[in-house]
Design a protein around this ligand. Sequence first.
Ligand SMILES: [Zn+2]
Length: 239
Amino acid sequence: MVATIFVSCGQFTEDEKNLGKRICEIVRLSRHEPYFAETQSNLRGLHENILTKLFECSGLITVMHPRGEVHVSPTAHHVRGSVWIEQEIAIAAFLTHCLKRNIQVAAFIHESVRREGIRDLLHLNPISFRDDDEITERLPAILNTWRLEENVSTVSPGTKDELKPFGPHNYFYRNNNTEGPYCPFCWQRDKKEVLLPASVDYIVGHGRHCRICNQQYIEGPKKGGGSSPRLATDYPGRY
Ligand SMILES: [Zn+2]
């Protein structure tokens, strides 16, 4: 089974581009498929090349190089990392925390870059580095420990059984209702097999949301529990 590993590394300098390529080589040697994310300049490219690939990946290797000093007052300043990479980490956090995806993460953060934004609140266990070579030296051993789940895919080989509706919410399943639930809307309209994520609380009730067709399935009232969503104003130091 080949899993896709999303490589989120700066491409601002030649050194950074070369590092990204070396990381891709190491991923291939571990018999997985790298996806080297490139900066996108339009919404379509963002959707097709970053958001979809992030959703499909089973692993994320992220390398945060310094991007310059931020002066928050005449006396206080710190070094900030790449905004693209910060955001890709945040999206991966959403996938794992809210959509219950199992994504392995290796986060290499340059020693000068301060922890800020959503990354400040995540338990990423980042690996601090000073020199790019430290990353390529440590990565093979890290990849060796990863147990990667199969890529999420919107289309599966046509040799399997048809999907059949089952249960109180009429989600679709196969293999005697052991494999699923699949999105009814995507299956009935487009013959796309899209696995639905685990049910969670939404504002309107407890249920599931299909990322492909955007259909919301409500299974019942909210179950509550856990902490209520925080407001952006609860987070200090967001600027
Ligand atoms: Zn759907």
